[in-house]
Ligand binder design. Structure first.
Ligand code: HEC
Length: 121
């Protein structure tokens, strides 16, 4: 009987300690961009994302996101280099609140390009 109650106390203690386990909730982060130390290129890395995800609408719907007019139509109207993650272009691409959602990697590229000054390179 005594042995049993010690055993019971041990089990209850184990359950109790287990119940105190704390799960850390980490914020969702965009994956780091490894571009070999080079700046992100608007023409070769950003425009192709528009072509893939946005052109079904934005080759006739303003802003035009096609290669030859994209830069003039999106910068500075929809890009803020002061608050890159608040840029309409980024929000519309990455949040899923607009019609198309880009991948996490593509979102990270767009954000990095804006952070680097949103150059027409
Ligand atoms: C299904 C069609 C469709 C797709 C796909 C689409 N858009 Fe749009 N987009 C629209 C329409 C319609 C508008 C104008 C009305 C509005 O803002 O919803 C618009 C407006 C915008 C604007 C201007 C918003 C403003 O406040 O004036 C931006 C920037 C934009 N889209 C970016 C994108 C990007 C980036 C993608 C691809 C990741 C994309 N859109 C994909 C239909 C689309």
């Amino acid at each position: 009987m005594k042995k049993q109650s010690i055993f019971l106390i041990l089990i209850l203690l184990a359950l109790f300690l287990n119940g105190c386990k704390y799960d850390f909730i980490l914020p969702v982060e965009t994956p780091p961009v490894d571009n070999g130390g080079q700046p992100i290129s608007f023409a070769t890395q950003i425009v192709p994302i528009f072509t893939e995800k946005c052109n079904s609408c934005h080759n006739s719907q303003a802003p035009m996101l096609t290669a030859n007019v994209a830069y003039a139509q999106v910068v500075p109207a929809y890009v803020s280099t002061a608050t890159p993650s608040g840029s309409k272009l980024y929000v519309n691409s990455a949040s899923g609140s607009h019609y198309a959602k880009v991948s996490a990697t593509q979102a990270a590229l767009i954000l990095q390009w804006i952070t680097e000054g949103a150059k027409n390179n």
